[in-house]
Design a protein around this ligand. Structure first.
Ligand SMILES: [Ca+2]
Length: 461
């Protein structure tokens, strides 16, 4: 049981293409929030960073089309094969189940023949553009863990934009542009995700890789999450510790993979030739058979379970946290400010539990287990993943990396990567803190990667 769960979680992360690599053993599972341990004081809870399993998120979304009446079949119409304008014996009729192509057929179980698909009305109003927005909403922040894959039943569109929202659809940012000719369609030079690097990973690109009309066999469009992970975790995603380290310390990177909504903007259907054949406009339409979105609820590393109840996803918060994303401390547990859990140090991370308010228990809480004992990692497993190094897991604020297992921090700083001001822990930051120490979030605290990302062109956030 445990083994099968272990494999299923890890398979999602490490399966690249069809090649199976040995499972990496150096990074944590994050699938347990707490365990009971025995100490001199008896049995106590030991808390760890935790997160829900990655899963098929299409089961939990709401889909909306704009314009709302763009689905074919009302009134019934005949459409032609993309590649053959004289093969026009297909019919779409919304009132006949066998001939209807409603949006839910983009998310049903696929793998049957023929496939089931959503289809738009045809481009009969040419030259007025045939444009459709398909919005997928979760009403919850989710973190993407695998490529977004859209399978078209007919040709892939000549122009399309994939967009994301982080605020429930109030504002939108592009994720990726897709076109047969990027310069012509979007005034952008064509690029592939392979042209990016760690430093430009957040750049929004236009790709021509997935837009070669109906002449090729391929029907699939990707948004390449795993290729972007691979800039940090290596080509086979073996070094997830490195990726987790960066996600932990670089908000822009974490937010890049976080969404509440996705929007597929279909701007121009596949034409397959230079000119639109105005005599056979029933050849042109959009049809999508499948959309894959894998991810997990964002619970700020404070929950392993995300429940779907009353059409709503909610984290089942641990560590004395609450809220849909475990984004705050429970009442009477505000003994220190809320903070998300941390993937560091690998493999168990840090829970950053909310602790009882001083007033609620009478005495200041005894709490000396904020960070697990790092030196024990060195002893228990000499092949343990690096806590710090000189490539990706830099010690910050002048700290130096000692044997890859701990950062030696300057006196004013603390934290696993020297990322925190020591005075913040004691609550004494203020006018007497001296030396002009920067407050949290000031430029001096920005991480090297964040600084680089900030100059990497248009950002999604
Ligand atoms: Ca389908």
């Amino acid at each position: 049981m445990y083994l099968s769960r272990f494999l299923s979680i890890h398979a999602l992360w490490v399966t690249v293409s069809s090649v199976m690599q040995p499972y990496p053993l150096v990074w944590g599972h994050y699938d347990v929030c707490k365990t009971q341990i025995y100490t001199e004081e008896g049995k106590v809870w030991d808390y760890m960073a935790c997160q829900p399993e990655s899963t098929d998120m299409t089961k939990y979304l709401k889909v909306k089309l704009d314009p709302p009446d763009i689905t074919c079949g009302d009134p019934p119409e005949t459409f032609c094969a993309m590649g053959n304008p004289y093969m026009c014996n297909n019919e779409c009729d919304a009132s006949t189940p066998e001939l209807a192509h409603p949006p839910e057929l983009m998310f049903d179980f696929e793998g049957r023949h023929p496939s089931t698909f959503w289809q738009s009305a045809t481009w009969k109003e040419y030259p007025k553009p045939l444009q459709v927005n398909i919005t997928l909403s979760w009403s919850k922040t989710i973190e993407l863990t695998d490529n977004i894959v859209i399978t078209f039943e007919s040709g892939r569109p000549d122009q399309m934009i994939l967009e994301k929202s982080l605020d429930y659809g109030r504002t939108w940012q592009p994720y990726q542009y897709y076109a047969t000719d990027c310069l012509d369609a979007f005034h952008m030079d064509p690029k592939s995700v392979k042209d990016l690097s760690q430093h430009t990973v957040l750049e929004i690109i236009c790709t021509e890789e997935y837009s070669t009309g109906y002449m090729t066999n391929s029907k699939i469009i990707h948004f390449e999450i795993k290729d972007r992970f691979a800039f940090f975790a290596g080509p086979w995603l073996r070094n997830m510790a490195s990726l987790y380290g960066q996600l932990d310390t670089t908000k822009k990177l974490r937010d890049f993979f976080t969404v509440t909504d996705l929007r597929i903007r279909l701007l121009r259907p596949a034409v397959g030739e230079i000119f639109v054949d105005e005599l056979h406009l029933a050849r042109y339409f959009y049809a999508i058979s499948d959309i894959k979105v894998h991810g997990r609820c964002k619970c700020n590393l404070h929950a392993t379970v995300c429940v779907y109840d009353n059409s709503k996803l909610t984290c089942e918060c641990e560590h004395n946290t609450t809220g849909p994303d475990c984004g705050k401390c429970k009442k009477n547990y505000q003994g220190r400010p809320w903070s998300p859990g941390s993937y560091l140090p690998i493999p168990k991370g840090t829970a950053n539990t909310c602790i009882p308010s001083i007033s609620s228990i009478g005495n200041p809480p005894k709490f000396n287990r904020i960070w697990p004992n790092i030196s024990s990692l060195e002893v228990s497993n000499p092949k343990q993943a690096n806590v710090c190094d000189n490539e990706l897991l830099h010690c910050q604020n002048g700290g130096t990396c000692h044997n890859n297992v701990r950062c030696l921090c300057p006196a004013a700083y603390t934290g696993i990567l020297c990322e925190k001001l020591r005075c913040e822990e004691s609550g004494s930051c203020g006018s007497d803190s001296g030396q002009g120490a920067p407050s949290r979030g000031s430029p001096a605290l920005l991480l090297p990667l964040a600084a680089l990302l900030g100059t990497a062109g248009p950002l999604a956030i």
